[in-house]
Design a protein around this ligand. Sequence first.
Ligand SMILES: [Mg+2]
Length: 440
Amino acid sequence: MKTLRHQRILHLDGDAYFASCEVALDPKLRGQPVFVGGGRRGDGIVIAANYQAKRYGITTGMACFEAKRRCPDGVLVKPHYDEYRRLSLEMFRRARRYTPLLVPTSIDEGFLDFTDMPDVFRCANAGELVGKMKRELAEEVGIPVSAGLASSRWLAKLATESCKPDGFYEVKEGEERAFLKDVPVQKLVGIAERRARSLRAIGVWTIGDVALLPLEILRRRFGVFGEELWLLSRGELRERLSLSNKPRTCIGSATTLPYDEPDYDAALLFLLDQTERVITTFVRENLKAHEMGVYLRFKERDGAGLGVRFAGAQFEPRVINAEVERIFWQLVAGRTEPIRQVCVNFWNMEPLNLEPDLFGYNQDFKRRELHHALESIEHQFGKGSVKTGTRLLLESEASHLVGDKPKCPFIPQREMELKMAELDLPRTWGRSTSRAVKFA
Ligand SMILES: [Mg+2]
């Protein structure tokens, strides 16, 4: 009889991801030191450097001029975030053929359930299969990756780190404790300076130190986290990989204006545009919100905020914008100082009601369909091809606030999972579009 196996988790991580993407996009860069960065006036910082560039001491966060000084022959490239996202999706799409479950955690990292995979693929061992996958990603997508295989996510990630770049390391069952013995606790995700300090207070510097303590001490001080840490340190932590799928409880955005803005009308347009962006995000996740808060920060760093509870859960930009506008004027009443930052938050979320009723489709359903239609138009005609009235007003009345700064490239895990799910399902956009347009 076959014994039940513990789950084996593979961690996958793109090597110097942004820089690797640039090389994948422009093969002329292959073999050269490449660093990505720039900023609008060429005064920015390095956001990624490949391993050839790292040899010159170039690190993430370093000023570009300093990087150029250290490595005059290096190539400085501006970031292409849309391309990074595209390659990321392509990388995950291929990686997923090697597993029944893939959980992406960032633009270039994810965990794969790898329990029975070597058998399924008739490979002698995990290393052989991972090698095949790594080759496919390097040759077909152009992205070198490193991978670590172990019994938990924590351990798999450490295994990856131990073999970067372009490596694979497996922590075999029974070898966990030896592998972890001298690893400093700060290397673990979730242990920042504060936790590390509390751990040092009980004599813990390395994961090996944790294994020597009684479980009770860790449980009392750190709760569930302490218990998991203790199990990990003894090589006994087993977990089941699963998609997050936790419904969102709040969503918001805080954006610093490109300049301290003395013109309140312009700042309001900017805030409304941000609000619509946030609404789009939660409607995409089939949610609506009962409550909203608006917060403004002024030049002298002081701020003012106000919340509101809608009569029913809300997702209509028309209704929400009217509230944002009302709150905004209330917050700036009697003030004269320029606005530095605008924030809008939604919480107390509720799922959209997507059940068709007796009389056809309800408002939630129509809004969602309209949203899909607009997305498919953008998909077809490119980003920015669909503009709301607010966006047009912002561009014509306050164009100096229309940022040309690229947005943060990180794809939140939830959004990534949705994207992955989309890959599975045949698109029904064509059908949805015609119906939604009729409603609109
Ligand atoms: Mg990486």
